[in-house]
Design a protein around this ligand. Structure first.
Ligand code: ADP
Length: 170
């Protein structure tokens, strides 16, 4: 199981996996950060598909095609805005990981890449988010049959890579 979960540093838009996860906002109509980069790389077809979805509640996930991306699918999930930790943020972030995996597996995805959901503009503390992500992914992967061969945690910078490494090795 441990071989399944790995961390890498890079740009998620170039990853050759079955699905990449987008840290989207409730509108699903694009934004900055990783969301902007994914829409830029996928082309206008992605925005058109997102419009049809009509938004997504925090903690849930929605699936579209990947359009011009190497990835076949984009799974859009909406992380919580960090408000100090007492507003259900950890549970909502955990739900993002679980719901993204469930949607991926229901579409036959064998490889998936996650960005550090909520760790940019949404302000979730990086170390805590990485520990939560690794714990949640491990628990989910060991709890059921799934068909996944790789779950990749994508760090955009060296700081995030360090946080993922510590979380995985802990
Ligand atoms: P959120 O609004 O959920 O906080 P952001 O896009 O602001 O989402 O940031 C989420 C994480 O994605 C941050 O750690 C940021 O450094 C990272 N990120 C930004 N662009 C990319 C990219 N092209 N590939 C992978 N990660 C990225």
């Amino acid at each position: 199981m441990e071989d399944l979960l790995r961390c890498v540093q890079g740009d998620i838009t170039s990853m050759e996996v079955d699905a990449i996860v987008n840290a989207a906002n409730n509108s699903l109509l694009g934004g900055g950060g990783v969301d902007g980069a994914i829409h830029q790389a996928a082309g206008p077809g992605l925005l058109a598909a997102c419009r049809l979805l009509g938004g997504c509640p925090t903690g849930e996930a929605r699936l579209t095609d990947g359009y011009l991306l190497p990835a076949r699918y984009v799974i859009h999930t909406v992380g919580p805005v960090w408000q100090g930790g007492g507003e259900g943020e950890p549970e909502l972030l955990a739900a993002c990981y679980r719901n993204s995996l469930e949607l991926a597996v229901s579409h036959g995805v064998a490889s998936i890449a996650f960005p550090a959901i909520s760790c940019g503009v949404y302000g979730y503390p990086l170390e805590a988010a990485c520990i939560l992500a690794v714990g949640e992914l491990r628990a989910w992967l060991s709890g059921r049959p799934h068909g996944l061969r790789e779950v990749r945690l994508v760090a955009f910078d060296a700081r995030a890579l360090g946080a993922y490494r510590r979380a995985i090795e802990a």
